[in-house]
Design a protein around this ligand. Structure first.
Ligand SMILES: Nc1ncnc2c1ncn2[C@@H]1O[C@H](COP(=O)(O)OP(=O)(O)OP(=O)(O)O)[C@@H](O)[C@H]1O
Length: 378
């Protein structure tokens, strides 16, 4: 096999992209991107449409060749300037959005498509086992057109996993399913992937999907990975304002740093490392903005955890199912802030309420910059 081995002291990732780049028509769409898939883990490439996720996945698969950089598997070079193994020689499974089953083959033959090397008995055993595990034991002789969308998706997953690929690359595999079914199929898929111990790279533009599925999220923007880590860390310590905003609505409180302190209607924030007179943005998610009733013009006492409260008037309140969304207009400067409150809380428009910010959930960034994170305020 025309491959080379690269020595390394660290445990080898199942798949590694090493400084890969891709240019289309003179436009860089993947820029110097490095990524490691750890064995048995689900890694989600998450980002807005057009940021280069699918191109990255196609280079990992070998369907497409990078202009520069390398693709390795367990330290073995799969593709670089000299070598390029085709997809079928990479022991990689692929599953795309249009998971097109072969319409003229039965469910069993679709699942068994990649198992032609096995004996008839072994093949039948593996197909039967997978049919049981996807919850479709009686469907072996059905044809794809006789199945619902969710059932077809399950069969496509079984087909992709049947040859026991070490690595499965999935490009928006759930996007053809309706919302309710999607959650169910995602959970089933994750259980099956974990049972099989498959290493997965999953491309999605949906933060909820990445949070639900991933061991590691790689957040992409304009051809680069701007942040990667466990879902909890990526959500709770965003690298910049846009990274925070990708996962939920955000509130932005603005101020100016003077002597390493930024005054806001919610009290002082420490802004060490900021320039004198530098504009500061304090970001907080709506669920971390607290609301309190107005008691004859005064609010709750300031605390180290929540800083000082600021008063506002309810602009509108809406019931969203499991929570209520309250939009507040700040008395201080007329700006709008949003709070989400669990359960039913629907104050009348014009009601005065006091808002405070959970300090440990605030992110402080220089205004208008990307990737300039400082630590959350303690
Ligand atoms: N074969 C191609 N030729 C020219 N441009 C391409 C080609 N494939 C993709 N592009 C462009 O490269 C950019 C990145 O595309 P890519 O499909 O990787 O993004 P994506 O993040 O997966 O987006 P989406 O979620 O919409 O699929 C896009 O602007 C796209 O139009």
């Amino acid at each position: 096999m025309p491959t080379q081995t690269v020595s390394s002291q660290k445990p080898q990732p199942s798949l590694e992209l090493d400084h890969v780049s891709r240019v289309y028509d003179g436009r860089p769409v993947v820029r110097d991107l490095s990524l490691r898939l750890e064995p048995g883990q689900v890694t989600c490439l998450l980002g807005p449409s057009g940021c280069g996720k699918s191109t990255t996945l196609r280079m990992a698969a070998g369907v497409e060749r990078q202009d520069s950089g390398r693709v390795l598997s367990e330290g073995r070079v799969l593709s670089d300037d000299a070598i390029h193994l085709p997809p079928e020689r990479r022991e990689i499974g692929l599953m795309f959005q249009d998971f097109a089953l072969f319409p003229h083959l039965t469910v069993a033959d679709n699942i068994g498509f990649g198992l032609r090397a096995l004996s008839g008995r072994e093949r039948a055993r593996r197909i039967g086992d997978l049919l049981d595990r996807i919850g479709l034991p009686g469907f072996a002789d059905s044809f794809p057109h006789q199945l619902s969308g969710g059932e077809q998706q399950r069969v496509a997953l079984a087909r992709a996993l049947a040859p026991q690929p070490r690595i499965l690359l999935m490009d928006e595999p759930f996007s053809g399913l309706d919302n309710r079914l999607r959650d169910e199929i995602r959970d089933e898929t994750l259980s099956l992937l974990k049972e099989e111990g498959t290493t997965v790279l999953l491309v999605t533009h949906e933060p909820d999907e990445a949070m639900r599925m991933a061991d590691q999220i790689c957040l992409m923007r304009q051809g680069r990975i701007v942040q990667s880590g466990a879902p909890y860390n990526v959500y709770n310590t965003p690298v910049d304002r846009d990274a925070a905003a990708f996962f939920s609505d955000i509130n932005v409180v603005r101020g100016v740093s003077r002597n390493a302190i930024t005054e806001t209607p919610f009290g002082q924030f420490l802004t060490p490392g900021f320039g004198e007179e530098e504009n500061v943005e304090i970001i907080i998610r709506p669920q971390h903005l607290k609301l309190d009733f107005d008691r004859s013009g005064s609010g709750p006492n300031p605390t180290p955890q929540d800083g000082a409260p600021a008063r506002g008037l309810v602009e509108r309140a809406r019931f969203m199912g499991h929570e209520s969304l309250v939009e507040m207009r700040m008395e201080y400067d007329g700006s709008m802030l949003k709070a989400t409150i669990p359960g039913v809380f629907l104050p009348q428009a014009g009601t005065p309420l006091w808002m405070s910010l959970r300090r440990d959930r605030c992110f402080v960034f220089p205004a208008g910059t990307r990737r300039g994170a400082t630590a959350p305020q303690k």
